[in-house]
Design a binder for this molecule. Sequence first.
Ligand code: GLN
Length: 210
Amino acid sequence: MESSSPPLQIGILALQGDYEAHRRILESLGARTKAVRGVADLTGINGLLIPGGESTVMSRLCERYELTAPLKEQIEAGMPVFGTCAGLIFLARETEGTSANFEQTGLDVLDVRVARNAYGTQIESFESEVFVPQLGESIRAVFIRAPQIRAVGEGVETLASHRDMPVMVRQGGIMALSFHPEIAGEDRLHRLWLDSLREAASREERKAEL
Ligand code: GLN
């Protein structure tokens, strides 16, 4: 639904990984985007996208730029987030397969247990159709050294599965995928997420008018 309200401003964590493809998709869907590389970039955004990439590097860079704590704080305060692949790992409460010589610092905000690289190595990457009940259709999903969601907490809703395993989950304002939609030029999940932000914003507006 198009509205006359100002466009959504979406922050994209742009320290490492596949952020450029997400920027193109979000902008093609009418959102404004802002690269997030430091704490100051977190002001004035309606939501944050955490791309795929390498979660160990991402979390190290977030520590170095002192972004981990403020990110966690804003997400816990209700900032909507969309995480894909490494982004899912970074959001997860529990991670299997973190390298022994590196204590991975995740955001610890999404109540799932993920196993890194559990869909296989780089050369075992694959593309598959994933049925998304909310859309009533299948979308194209690319799995690249993808994490498997091995357990989900009570407050976590599974929005789509692949071979009986959750691959798309939601907990409050957090939506996360174990695969990459953007590589296949798939924009329906970005659209879904933006629509949920617009709906939440208009609910707030209506509340304020009462
Ligand atoms: N295997 C990567 C990790 O553990 C994630 C891969 C991806 O984002 N495509 O961080």
